[in-house]
Ligand binder design. Structure first.
Ligand SMILES: [Mg+2]
Length: 234
């Protein structure tokens, strides 16, 4: 069945803006500059410890059990705790402040992002629906020259409710005067982007960048390259 869509909601991080590549490059630079090799066996070890805890902390932030400040401090102090190293809190906070300042200046996009958005712009209403913070997401979009494609940017911070909460999807529909029936959500995260849209009655395109197993979930569409979106939206 081919359905005609009018409104396309995009996740930002790792769907359009290459969060994985951009953050790794910032963290690697700071790891070298701040002499983290005194404390960790390698950058790869540091980043593995950081990323595992970071994912858990984002979940906790999403559930509202920790604040934005706690999220930011804890994800950078944790690798030292994990390695049993004391007295590095100030260093971790320097790393945090520098990375938060550098991240929005990074312009790396997921392969195909500009090509796909350029093709869809003017034919569909395009929106961002992201769990990120306003000041960061706007700057990231400007650095990556992604800001010109979108009619509106909807962020969880606007109503302090995060994907996959149905309330955020309903808010996005109403803020853009869209109906669920002719809207589509495109995102890389099956738990937040896809489950959330599914619960709100919105069709979904799961951008499965990492070859993850969808488990019992059946997204409306699944793509492995962003360019494949153009066959769903001809
Ligand atoms: Mg994402």
């Amino acid at each position: 069945m081919t359905k005609s869509y009018r409104n396309i909601f995009f996740d930002l991080d790792d769907t359009l803006w290459d969060f994985t590549a951009n953050s790794r490059s910032v963290y690697h630079k700071l790891y070298d500059e701040l002499g983290y090799d005194r404390y960790f066996a390698s950058f790869d070890r540091y980043i593995a410890i950081y990323e595992e805890r970071n994912t858990q902390l984002w979940d906790e932030y999403g559930k509202g059990t920790i604040s934005k400040d706690e999220l930011n401090v804890r994800r950078f102090t944790y690798p030292f705790e994990h390695e049993g190293i004391d007295g590095c809190r100030d260093l971790a906070l320097r790393f945090m402040r520098s990375s938060l300042a550098m991240m929005p200046t990074m312009g790396g996009t997921v392969p195909g992002a500009h090509e796909v958005l350029g093709n869809l712009a003017g034919r569909y209403h395009l929106y961002i629906l992201s769990n990120g913070f306003r000041e960061l997401q706007s700057a990231k979009m400007r650095s990556a020259r992604l800001d010109g494609y979108f009619d509106k940017v909807i962020l969880s911070e606007d109503i302090m409710v995060h994907k996959p909460a149905t309330a955020l999807f309903h808010f996005a529909l109403s803020a853009t005067q869209s109906s669920a029936a002719d809207s589509l959500m495109v995102g890389d995260n099956i738990d937040t982007d896809i489950c959330g849209a599914m619960d709100a009655g919105i069709d979904q395109v799961w951008f499965n960048r990492t070859g993850r197993d969808p488990g019992h979930l059946r997204p409306t569409h699944t793509i492995t390259k962003l360019e494949d979106l153009l066959s769903i939206l001809p």
